[in-house]
Design a protein around this ligand. Structure first.
Ligand SMILES: [Ca+2]
Ligand SMILES: [Ca+2]
Length: 458
C-alpha cells in the first residue's frame, strides 16, 4: 500500500512538473522594425537620434551593439530570421521570393509555427515576413493583428518624386498612421486574458520609405541644425567598383546631393525613426501594465540597416556597416538589465535563442546559435563571426573587430573597426593583414546555394 502511494505521489509530481513547465514558459513579444539602422540613441549611430523608448528597452535587457543581418534587404533578411536558415543554404540573396516558394524551406517551420506547434498562441501583424504569412504559413498564426503597413500617402509630391521615394510631414496625426494603429492592436492583445503562453509578432514599417510621418516628428529636428554623416569625398578611391554603382530603385547619393535634399532626407529618417520609437513605446507600455510584464521575453530587431550618404550610398543592399548593422535587444525574465554585448551576433541567432529560452525542443533546421551565454554574461565571447550575403556570390564577414568583404569576382575589402569604425580605410591590399583576411575568409562557405529568385518569383 505504501509502495503504491509512493508511486502515485511520484506520478503526480511528474505530471505536476510537466503542467507547470508549460504554464511557466515565458511569453514572447517580438517587435520587428523595417530598415532601421543604428541611428538609435543607445547605439550611438547619429548624434541627433531621439529614441527614448528603444533606449529604455535596451536598458532593461541586453543590447547587442554589433548585430548584423543575413541579407541587407527586406524579404531574404526576414525569411532568414523566421526560418533560422542562412541565405547560403536557402538561396534567396535579393529582394525576391516568398518563403513558401523557396524549395529549401519546404519543411522548415517559421518561428511562429514552431512556437504554435509547442503550445503557444501566436499573434502577428504588420510587416513580419515581407510577403506576409500567406498560404500554409498562415496556419502558424492564430490571430492576425492587421496587414496594413506604414501609413497613408499624400496626393501631391512633397520632396522627391511620386512613388515610394518621397518624404514629408503627412498625415496630420499619429492616429492616422497604420503603424500606430498596429501598435494599438498589439497593445490590446497584451491586455487579453491568456490561458496559454503567447508569441506576439509586431512588424512596424517605418522608417521604411516613403518616409511620411506627421509633421510634429519633423519639427523635432531643425533641418539646419542636423549633423550630416561624415562622408569624405575620396572614400571610394580605395574600394573596388563592385557595389559602388549598383542599379537601385533608390535615388543615388549624387542625385540627392545635387538636388540639395541630403539634409532634408536625413531629417526625414530621424523623424520617421522617432515616430516608430513612439509605436514601440505604446506596445511596451501595454506590456508593463499587463499581468505578463515579468514573464515575457521582448525581442526587438530591424531587418537591416540603411545608408544616408555613407560610402556615397542611399538605402540598403550593400555589404558595409551601414547596410548590415541593426539594433537587437533582448529583455525579460532572467536577463540582467543594463549591459550591452559587443560580440558580433546575427539575426539568424534569434530563432535558436528563443527556442532555448522557452525550453522548446531543438529544431534541427536552425543554423544560428543561441545567445543564451551573452544573455547570461554580456561579455561572454563568441567564436563565430556573422556572415552577410547580398546578391549571389558576394559576402561580408563581421567579427568583433573586423569586417572582411569578398565580392563574386574575388575583389576584397578589409576594415579594422578598432581604429576605423567608419570603414574609411580598406586594408585588403596590405600584405600585413593577409592572415587576418584568411582567418575571416574561411567563414565563407566554399559552396553556397544557387539564387532562387529567377525560378520562383512572379
Ligand atoms: Ca527592410
Ligand atoms: Ca575609403
Amino acid at each position: 500500500m505504501i509502495h503504491r502511494a509512493s508511486v502515485l505521489l511520484a506520478l503526480c509530481m511528474v505530471l505536476g512538473n510537466v503542467t507547470s513547465s508549460l504554464a511557466d514558459r515565458p511569453n514572447v513579444l517580438m517587435i520587428c522594425i523595417d530598415d532601421l539602422n543604428d541611428w538609435v540613441g543607445c547605439l550611438g549611430g547619429h548624434p541627433n537620434a531621439n529614441t527614448p523608448q528603444i533606449d529604455s528597452l535596451a536598458r532593461r535587457g541586453r543590447l547587442f551593439t554589433n548585430a548584423h543581418c543575413v541579407v541587407p534587404v527586406c524579404s531574404p533578411s526576414r525569411v532568414s530570421i523566421m526560418s533560422g536558415v542562412h541565405a547560403t543554404t536557402h538561396g534567396s540573396y535579393e529582394l525576391g521570393p516568398d518563403y513558401r516558394t523557396i524549395p529549401k524551406l519546404k519543411d522548415v517551420p517559421t518561428m511562429q509555427a514552431y512556437f504554435k506547434q509547442h503550445g503557444y498562441r501566436t499573434f502577428a501583424g504588420g510587416k513580419v515576413l515581407h510577403h506576409g504569412f500567406t498560404g500554409h504559413l498562415a496556419d502558424g498564426i492564430d490571430v492576425n493583428l492587421g496587414d496594413r503597413r506604414g501609413g497613408p500617402r499624400p496626393k501631391e509630391v512633397m520632396n522627391w518624386t511620386k512613388g515610394a521615394w518621397d518624404w514629408g510631414g503627412f498625415p496630420e496625426t499619429d492616429e492616422q498612421m497604420f503603424d500606430f494603429q498596429l501598435a494599438k492592436s498589439a497593445a490590446a492583445a497584451l491586455q487579453l486574458k491568456h490561458d496559454q503562453p503567447f508569441f506576439i509578432s509586431v512588424g512596424f514599417f517605418r522608417p521604411h520609405v516613403p518616409m511620411f510621418v506627421p509633421p510634429k516628428w519633423f519639427e523635432m529636428f531643425a533641418e539646419d541644425q542636423i549633423t550630416l554623416p561624415n562622408v569624405p569625398d575620396d572614400d571610394m578611391d580605395d574600394v573596388p567598383p563592385n557595389f559602388q554603382e549598383m542599379p537601385m530603385i533608390a535615388p543615388t547619393f549624387r542625385e540627392i546631393r545635387k538636388a540639395g535634399k541630403w539634409r532634408s532626407l536625413v531629417q526625414a529618417y530621424l523623424a520617421n525613426t522617432s515616430f516608430v520609437d513612439r509605436c514601440v513605446g505604446s506596445v511596451i507600455d501595454s506590456l508593463d501594465g499587463s499581468p505578463y510584464r515579468d514573464n515575457t521575453l521582448v525581442v526587438l530587431w530591424s531587418d537591416h540597416g540603411f545608408h544616408l550618404g555613407e560610402k556615397h550610398q542611399i538605402a540598403k543592399r550593400m555589404l558595409w556597416e551601414e547596410s548590415t548593422r541593426v539594433p537587437l535587444i533582448v529583455a525579460g525574465p532572467g536577463i540582467s538589465p543594463g549591459s550591452s554585448c559587443a560580440e558580433a551576433v546575427s539575426l539568424l541567432d534569434i530563432y535558436p535563442t528563443l527556442v532555448d529560452l522557452c525550453q522548446l525542443p531543438e529544431n534541427p533546421h536552425l543554423e544560428g546559435e543561441s545567445l543564451r551565454m551573452q544573455l547570461d554574461h554580456a561579455t561572454a565571447p563568441r567564436h563565430r563571426p556573422v556572415l552577410t550575403s547580398s546578391y549571389y556570390g558576394n559576402h561580408a564577414v563581421r567579427s568583433r573587430d573586423w569586417r572582411y568583404i569578398r565580392y563574386k569576382d574575388g575583389a576584397e575589402e578589409l576594415y579594422d573597426h578598432r581604429n576605423d569604425p567608419n570603414e574609411f580605410h580598406n586594408l585588403a591590399n596590405d600584405p600585413k593583414f593577409a592572415d587576418q583576411k584568411a582567418g575571416l575568409a574561411k567563414w565563407i562557405p566554399a559552396v553556397v546555394a544557387d539564387e532562387v529568385w529567377k525560378k520562383n518569383s512572379k
